[in-house]
Design a protein around this ligand. Structure first.
Ligand code: BES
Ligand code: MN
Ligand code: ZN
Length: 499
């Protein structure tokens, strides 16, 4: 990632250098601190707004270089639109919009966290800061040369001006933990598969120990002993060994039932013997985005000392074609004892999850399990890149995730499950087969997972569309948005933390 800028909070004061960012409403009305900072330059803003037809529409910007009467090199005014129409999640977005208008050459930026009616609340100001951090993220560690105009973003220092510095800083600590979690997830997804293979991924989760997370790594021998043959079968054609990592954060009641998050961690998916076409295969370095999200979430929860007991479990494999690789027609016996006939070696994510879901359900008896997986191309066909597919056996969890999705903008859309779909994966030779044909491909994949969760309340999020080649937004310019970390952090905060 690019070096994070120094981000701090200070009391409202007109800065003497750098870029000043102010917010106004759809009537170009400013708050009292902004008006005071502008002083006579307020007239300049009114004239410039008229000349540029800037109306204060939501997300619109007015930029004035070397504004007369101010000591800054640039004044940026961002429209918030009608204040009554603002949603809570907009503050993060406006943090991104604001810093997006600051030229990367600027050494310093000051953003006034103020609405026309007065100072933003501490949580809102901290949300702005979160948006700033997320927008400035760039994965550029492998760029050794740059063309002109492609210089690294170098905004060195960002100050969020607020009315109450101490409470804003306090609100920022948990957002900072979350930002670090999102950035960690993005880094893992962006990292190429020659660098980030299962063992290396497992090694990197070790950094969570510093935050008080217990990290247990199962190697091939451990998994053989446990009978996790579905997971091992996927990895058997790779020169890289498979791993399962179980992370545990105990911030809740001693002995209280944990909640659990499970991630698909296919570090590279060639398809195996059922090999994928060459076009865009490089994207399959991101087939571990579910696992990356779980690790990012564990980081965020531990770093902000969330009052909850939580398990994170990730199955890490590489799916390669090889003399030792699994074949179509092979039958594997899963840890649960159920057998699966492999029809297509490219339907590998469900095989990995079958064993990890069963492991977590039986070893940890969680309150619920939520798995995240870049599982099917079919979900991208169905929902595009805006919503993740959501499959569940529990209406309450669905309701909570819908609300957390709306609150964060990481949205989920429920898809159906049912016996008619379930029978599509019955096999002639084994208990089930790993594909159900072309139709309803995301649903039959979810049906297979459901056969491994028992009675545990469970949600499966198919993030193939949202997690890779992420849409460019005001708070993400990266190939990976780190999708899901903010969603699940919110779910935990709103519904599962001891208050
Ligand atoms: N990792 C892929 C799914 C995927 C596709 C993720 C595009 C992200 C973007 C998964 O392992 C896969 O190959 N699924 C197959 C299943 C099929 C063989 C039943 C698919 O979706 O084509
Ligand atoms: Mn695949
Ligand atoms: Zn895959």
């Amino acid at each position: 990632m690019a070096d994070a800028p120094k981000l701090g909070f200070a009391a409202y004061a007109a800065p003497s250098k750098g870029v000043l960012v102010l917010f106004c409403d759809e009537k170009i009305k400013f708050g009292p601190a902004a008006r005071k900072a502008l002083g006579p330059a307020g007239g300049l803003v009114a004239k410039a707004a008229a000349a540029e037809r800037f109306t204060g529409r939501s997300g619109a910007a007015l930029e004035i270089a070397m504004p007369a009467g101010l000591h800054v090199s640039r004044l940026v005014v961002i429209g918030l639109g009608k204040i009554a129409d603002m949603k809570p999640r907009d503050f993060v977005r406006f943090g991104g919009v604001a810093i997006g208008k600051v030229p990367s050459a600027a050494a310093m930026a000051t953003i006034f966290a103020e609405l026309p009616a007065g100072g933003m609340k501490p949580d809102q100001a901290a949300d702005l800061a979160l948006g700033v951090r997320l927008r400035l993220y760039a994965f550029d560690r492998y760029k050794t040369k740059r063309k002109e105009g492609e210089e690294k973003p170098r905004i060195a220092e960002v100050t969020i001006a607020v009315s109450d510095v101490a409470t804003a800083r306090k609100a920022w600590t948990r957002r900072e933990a979350l930002a670090d979690g999102v950035v960690l997830a993005r880094d893992l997804v962006n990292e190429p598969a020659n660098i980030l293979y299962p063992e290396e991924f497992a090694r990197r989760t070790g950094a969570l120990k510093k935050l008080g997370v217990a990290v247990e790594v199962l190697d091939t021998k451990d998994m053989k002993r446990l009978g996790m043959n579905a997971l091992l079968g996927v990895g058997q054609g790779s020169a890289r060994e498979s791993r399962t990592v179980i992370m545990r954060w105990n911030g809740g009641k001693r002995g209280g039932k944990p909640i659990a998050f499970i991630g698909k961690g296919v570090c590279f998916d060639t398809g195996g013997i059922s090999i994928k076409p060459a076009a865009n295969m490089e994207d399959m370095k991101g087939d571990m985005a579910g696992a990356a999200c779980v690790v990012g979430l564990m980081h965020a929860l531990a770093a902000r000392k969330a009052k909850v007991n939580v398990i994170g479990a990730i199955g890490l494999v590489e799916n390669m074609p090889d003399g030792k690789a699994q074949r179509p027609g092979d039958i594997v016996t899963t840890m649960s004892g159920q057998t699966i006939e492999i029809i297509n070696t490219d339907a590998e994510g469900r095989l990995v999850l079958a064993d990890v879901l069963h492991y977590v359900a039986t070893k940890h008896a969680p309150q619920f399990m939520i798995d995240l997986a870049t599982l099917t191309g079919a979900i991208v066909v169905a929902l595009g890149q805006e919503y993740a597919g959501m499959f569940s056996n529990n209406d309450k969890l669905v309701d909570q995730l819908n609300k957390a999705g709306d609150a964060t903008g990481e949205r989920v859309w429920r898809m159906p499950l049912g016996p008619e779909y379930d029978k599509m994966i019955d096999s002639k030779f084994a208990d089930m087969k790993n594909t159900g044909g072309r139709w309803g491909g995301s649903i039959t994949a979810a049906q297979l997972l459901q056969r491994f969760v028992g009675k545990t309340p469970w949600v499966h999020l198919d993030i193939a569309g949202t997690a890779l080649g992420s849409p460019q937004t005001d708070i993400n310019k990266s190939w990976s948005a780190g999708w899901g970390v903010r969603l699940l952090d919110r779910l935990v905060a709103d519904y599962y933390e001891k208050k």
